[in-house]
Design a protein around this ligand. Structure first.
Ligand code: GLN
Length: 192
C-alpha cells in the first residue's frame, strides 16, 4: 500500500514519517497525476489559506475530488480538515466540500491558541491519546452522515464520513500511531 501526503505546505514530513513507521510506503504528492498511484491521501496541517491557493496553483483540486469519489480515503489534519469541510462559520465554502461539517478557524482564541490534552478515541479505548492542538479550528456542527470519533471541551475533534477522516489536532506530532493505523485500515478496505 502507498499513501500520498500532500506536500505543498505544512507538516507533511511528519505524516510521511508516521506512515513509514507503520510499515507502509509514503510519498510526497504535488501533482495531479500522482493521485492515480496512491491508495489514500493525507492533507496535512499548516496554513489553510496558503494550502488552498497552492492546491489551485498546482491544479490539485479536481484530482483530490476524484480521488475521493473513486473511494480512496482522505485524511485532513487541522488546516487539512478546514479544507475538506463543507461549511465555515455557517457559510458554504467554495472549495472541496467533501465532509458535512461546519468549522471555525483559530477558534480557541489568540492567547491560548495552542494546547495539549489527553483525549479518548472511540475505536481504541484502552489508553487516552495525547492530542496536540496548534491554532486549531473547532468543528461546530456535524451532519447526520458523520461519525464522531473523539471530543475535547464538548466539541468533536475527530470525525469520519465514509472515506473522509478529519482531525482538528496533529496526530503526526506524537509517537502514538493509532489514528494513522485507523486511516491505513480504511485504505486497506478501499475506503469503507
Ligand atoms: N490556523 C491554521 C488555519 O486556520 C490551522 C493550523 C494548523 O493546521 N495547525 O489554517
Amino acid at each position: 500500500m502507498k499513501i500520498g501526503v500532500l506536500a505543498l505546505q505544512g507538516a507533511f514530513r511528519e505524516h510521511i514519517q508516521m506512515i513509514a513507521n507503520c510499515g507502509c510506503d509514503a510519498v510526497e504528492v504535488r501533482l495531479p497525476h500522482q493521485c492515480g498511484d496512491i491508495d489514500g491521501l493525507i492533507i496535512p496541517g499548516g496554513e489553510s489559506t496558503t494550502i488552498s491557493k497552492l492546491i489551485d496553483e498546482y491544479d490539485m483540486r479536481d484530482a483530490i475530488i476524484s480521488c475521493t469519489f473513486s473511494g480512496k480515503p482522505i485524511f485532513g489534519t487541522c488546516a487539512g480538515a478546514i479544507l475538506l469541510a463543507d461549511r465555515q462559520n455557517g457559510k458554504k465554502r467554495k472549495f472541496l466540500n467533501l465532509i458535512d461539517i461546519d468549522i471555525t478557524r483559530n477558534a480557541y482564541g489568540r492567547q491560548i491558541d495552542s494546547r495539549e490534552a489527553d483525549i479518548q478515541l472511540a475505536f481504541s479505548t484502552s489508553t487516552p491519546f495525547h492530542a496536540v492542538f496548534i491554532r486549531a479550528p473547532v468543528i461546530t456542527e456535524t451532519g447526520p452522515g458523520v461519525t464522531e470519533l473523539s471530543f475535547y471541551n464538548g466539541s468533536v475533534i475527530l470525525a469520519r464520513q465514509g472515506n473522509i477522516l478529519v482531525s482538528t489536532f496533529h496526530p503526526e506530532l506524537t509517537g502514538d500511531d493509532r489514528i494513522h493505523r485507523y486511516f491505513l485500515e480504511m485504505a486497506r478496505k478501499g475506503g469503507s
